[in-house]
Design a protein. Structure first.
Length: 308
């Protein structure tokens, strides 16, 4: 067996999980195992769906965490029990188009690359658009994470050489891709939409937006350390020192909340909705928080737009 699909689940709805599972089971490339790691064993709605599908399709392997352990741990566990030479990532609230694996596996084997990803369609609660990125991973990866996690297939051997996922949620994927870059792994982006990414306002990416932005900066710092020393200082203590240098004090939730209010406010203002002013004023309730948020957000947007 060449391919193993690894998908963690946590608090997705029954409908979301069914849609994701069906999109994998209906792939035109059929020779794979499907490792689903349940990171919320107390969520009966999730566990019931998984048991139903395990009976329906013998390609499905269910791994149950004893308690919530987080995405990096769950992914490492899924890869550890997998039997495939290649690992495909999938998220339990996303959707893969039927030809995804066929197209990606063809490129992986013909060109002997270590990682392949694709463009994706992003569905928000108000908008739908394509990421429309170019196959320039090596040139732009240091500027921002241009690799959509749920669109990835990588060689298991390359993953193991890089050391797997580290406990750097919510940027564990970006850290891994930068370690692939450090090891000069060959990475390609297919300029075609092969996945639908569903952006939820209460999802991890949105609720932890500011923390994710900080963590990506920390991942870039670790990359620069590897360039200079050949190794990095990744640890909980190192990250806390990094936060201290950024002037981050207290509960990260207040920074995430202020940043999300700021983003919501600017979004409303762009649409001509006066509610935006209220959100901006609320975001400035804790004076130091929004200033840091806005400064980093502007730097991030400039980096994405200019690729510098």
């Amino acid at each position: 067996m060449k391919l193993s699909v690894v998908m963690p689940t946590y608090n997705e709805t029954r409908e979301q999980i069914i849609d994701s599972i069906e999109s994998i089971l209906n792939q035109t490339y059929t020779d794979f195992e499907y490792v689903i790691v349940c990171d919320n064993p107390n969520n009966k709605e999730v566990t019931d769906v998984l048991e139903e599908y395990k009976i329906k399709d013998n390609r499905i392997v269910i791994v149950m965490n004893e308690k919530n352990m987080g995405i990096p741990y769950s992914l490492n566990r899924g890869v550890e029990v997998s039997k495939g030479q290649y690992i495909a990532r999938m998220d339990a609230d996303d959707y893969s188009f039927p030809n995804r694996f066929m197209i990606q596996m063809d490129l992986l084997e013909k060109e002997n690359v270590d990682l392949v990803c694709s463009n994706m369609i992003v569905e928000t609660e108000t908008n739908t658009y394509s990421t429309n990125r170019k196959d320039e991973i090596d040139e732009i990866l240091l500027n921002y994470c241009c690799i959509a996690h749920s669109s990835v297939i990588f060689k298991k051997q390359a993953f193991q050489e890089a050391g797997g996922y580290r406990m750097l949620q919510p940027a564990e994927d970006y850290d891994l891709w930068l370690r692939f870059l450090s090891l000069h792994k060959k990475m390609r982006l297919i300029e075609e939409d092969l996945v639908i990414y569903r952006y939820r306002s209460q999802g991890v990416s949105s609720s932890n937006a500011y923390e994710q932005m900080l963590m990506t900066e920390y991942c870039r710092q670790l990359y620069q350390e590897r360039v200079l020393k050949g190794y990095d200082s990744c640890s909980k203590e190192s990250y806390l020192m990094f936060l201290n240098k950024q002037g981050i004090k207290g509960d990260m939730k207040q920074y995430n909340k202020a940043f999300n209010m700021y983003l919501k406010g600017t979004s409303y203002i762009k649409k001509g909705n006066p509610k935006g002013i209220c959100y901006l004023l609320l975001s400035f309730k804790k004076p130091k928080v929004p200033i840091q948020c806005i400064h980093r957000y502007i730097k991030k947007r400039i980096r994405i737009i200019t690729n510098v």
